[in-house]
Design a protein around this ligand. Structure first.
Ligand code: MG
Length: 280
């Protein structure tokens, strides 16, 4: 019997979901195969709880998931034998949070609003209609995207020099500033990698196995901590930017195909290799 358990951590936008259409269609069959093989797929995204609850139903996932760039992990109750330490019960989840709330970061932004307020638009100041226009999300999706708990995404409208000064001020005030696909995320120092490490440890204890084997897939700069923390990193090709640099040197692959097509092809490739054959 194998002593290895494979877990997949995946970004959504531009990775499992197409950058333009937000559809996962080319990866649906592969997701079904993974479900069949009992390989958990953990969504690790900048999206909100409200967005994730809809998307995981559409993708038929009942696994834990990580919201808002690693700010919190939602673990469906009974995923593990016992409630993990340092978690609280919210609705049907054990929740592990790593960051201060959005309210804190909004007050930090307010402090800078005289100097920089005219150079950006934050989610909190955008109407659902405006957000829908910027993102291409429909109105219901935009409404869910606005329900952030831990961070404030902003769209930068000014020049690069002013942006740099703005970010420096934010960092001085204790904020972490992360570039996502379309927005700059202002929040606390949490990241997708820290969340991966914590959740992997829970799986390790749960399965009582020395080697829990992690694969991470992502396209953006905000995915790099997750890609650096996993056993295998898969960089998904983006139609709008080049592959971000990683610290790691080994066990990295870069897809030829974009978004969910690249996602499915790389997982199929890994499934075909011995690596995952233990788990199936
Ligand atoms: Mg992405």
């Amino acid at each position: 019997m194998s002593t290895e358990k494979t877990i997949i951590f995946s970004d959504l936008d531009g990775t499992l979901l197409d950058h333009y259409s937000y559809q996962a269609t080319p990866a649906i069959q592969t997701l079904a195969q993974l479900r069949q093989a009992n390989i958990p797929v953990i969504l690790n995204t900048s999206k909100t709880l409200a967005e994730l609850e809809v998307i995981r139903t559409e993708l038929k996932l009942d696994t834990p998931f990580i919201i808002e760039n690693g700010a919190a992990i939602f673990i469906p109750i009974n995923t593990f034998h016992a409630q993990p330490a340092d978690t609280e019960i919210i609705a049907n989840y054990w929740v592990k949070s790593f960051c201060l709330t959005r309210q804190h970061w909004l007050s930090v932004l307010t402090e800078l609003s005289v100097e920089f307020g005219q150079f950006y638009q934050g989610f909190s100041s955008l109407s659902v209609n405006e957000l829908s226009e910027i993102t291409g999300l429909d109105l219901a999706q935009a409404e869910r995207a606005k329900q952030r708990q831990y961070s404030e995404p902003i769209q930068w409208l000014g020049d690069e020099v002013t942006k740099k000064a703005f970010i420096e001020h934010l960092v001085e005030l204790g904020a972490s500033v992360v570039h996502g696909g379309r927005f700059i995320h202002v929040g606390g120092y949490c990241d997708k990698g820290q969340a991966l490490i914590w959740l992997t440890e829970q799986y390790r204890e749960h399965y009582n196995k020395d080697s829990v084997y992690t694969i991470a897939l992502g396209d953006g700069e905000n995915d790099t901590p997750m890609l650096d923390a996993a056993d295998i990193a898969v960089q998904i090709r983006s139609p709008v930017h080049s592959f971000p640099a990683l610290y790691r040197q080994f066990n990295i692959s870069q897809t030829q195909l974009y978004g969910p097509e690249g996602w499915a092809a790389s997982i199929q490739h890994l499934l075909a290799e011995q690596l995952l054959s233990h788990s199936i």
